[in-house]
Design a protein around this ligand. Structure first.
Ligand SMILES: Cc1cc2nc3c(=O)[nH]c(=O)nc-3n(C[C@H](O)[C@H](O)[C@H](O)COP(=O)(O)OP(=O)(O)OC[C@H]3O[C@@H](n4cnc5c(N)ncnc54)[C@H](O)[C@@H]3O)c2cc1C
Length: 307
């Protein structure tokens, strides 16, 4: 079967053909989109959208997973070092220094400290991550008289590393320019909410340690009034945020339901592979970018050896 793709540039549709194979690397939302637009995916869904199925593959677009967490934020007793640097004139100089010499506060991410936690000792891998943020979400430039300084704070962000809930990516229409529909189904698995609540309690315990006393003022979010399970659940449901780590929507595996085989080839198709975060069968106990890079390295070996 000849492989290729169709793309639009400046309003004109072009077609190109591949001598060997097509490798889709459009990410966890758009790789399943491209495949489904091409008629490869859950046949029932494709028919609903008005696309004639070429190959019924229910695994395309399913198994969506994400790292989901919440912020617990404490005011600082006195502003931290980064707060001082966020004054407009200082940050302008910091940015010039960063661009010219790659040094100074303009090159620093105010955070970057992570803890990977096992909530029970027998677990094989950590199930909760704490991301430490040394600045609050409302951090912004300030300048005396013109714009008041923000209240400085720090936060711990407990995050589910291996949620059991699974979501899906689906087409809204057969038009490639239409964004896909993304349904995470967070907390659809009953174990996810209690585990994140446990992560919340442990993170709060860490934040309240005596070692933090010199820096810590009041807990501003959610605040000390949020204590029992129902209150914490409500806070989680209201404020949970993803870590921008979507994976799994073209899951590789050796089973018949997998979208890809272990060599990243789309099951049942010839000359078609997917190489990106969508191929990961499960989330890792880490941020995922390094895994995507390693998968791409491995894929280049596989592709060369298969050729
Ligand atoms: C704000 C943010 C912060 C992040 N921070 C971190 C971090 O600190 N550490 C970490 O490990 N990970 C981080 N990640 C996650 C990491 O960036 C992604 O997991 C990783 O980039 C996924 O790689 P990918 O190749 O699967 O997809 P992508 O990097 O998204 O690449 C897909 C590419 O395909 C292109 N594309 C999509 N559709 C089409 C189409 N129809 N036609 C042509 N091109 C198309 C896109 O423009 C994009 O360039 C972050 C993500 C975000 C959004």
């Amino acid at each position: 079967m000849p492989q290729g793709l169709e793309y639009e540039q400046r309003g004109k549709v072009h077609r190109v053909h591949a001598a060997r194979e097509v490798i889709v690397s459009a990410g966890a939302f758009n790789s399943p989109q491209l495949l489904m637009l091409s008629g490869i995916g859950p046949a029932d869904h494709l028919k609903e959208i008005g696309i004639t199925p070429v190959h019924d593959l229910p695994g395309i677009g399913s198994n969506l997973q994400e790292h989901l967490g919440i912020w617990i934020t404490w005011c600082r007793k006195s502003p931290g070092k980064f707060h001082r640097e966020m004054r407009l004139d200082r940050m302008m100089l910091n940015m010039i220094r960063a661009y010219l010499f790659a040094t100074g506060p303009g090159t620093v991410v105010p955070g970057g400290l992570h803890a990977f936690v096992k909530t029970q000792s027998g677990l094989d891998v950590p199930n909760i991550e704490f991301m430490f943020h040394t600045v609050p979400p409302q951090t912004r430039l300030w300048l005396p008289i013109v714009r008041p300084a923000y209240q400085d704070a720090y936060a711990i962000r407990p995050t589910l590393l291996h949620p059991v809930s699974r979501g899906q990516v689906r087409l809204r229409s057969a038009d490639a320019r239409d964004p896909v529909s993304i349904m995470y189904n967070f907390f659809s698995a009953p174990e996810d909410l209690p585990l994140l609540r446990e992560g919340f309690r442990k993170a709060r315990e860490v934040g309240e340690q005596p070692a933090m006393e010199p820096y810590r003022d009041a807990e501003v979010s959610p605040g000390p009034k949020v204590k029992n399970d129902a209150e914490i659940n409500a806070f989680i449901r209201r404020t949970a945020l993803t870590a921008h780590h979507p994976v799994g929507t073209c899951r590789m595996g050796s089973d018949a339901d997998a979208a890809l085989d272990p060599r990243l080839r789309v099951q049942g198709m010839e000359g078609l592979r997917v190489v990106d975060a969508s191929a990961m069968p499960d989330l890792v106990s880490a941020h995922i970018n390094a895994c995507v890079l390693m998968m791409a390295e491995k894929a280049s070996d596989i592709i060369r050896s298969d050729a």
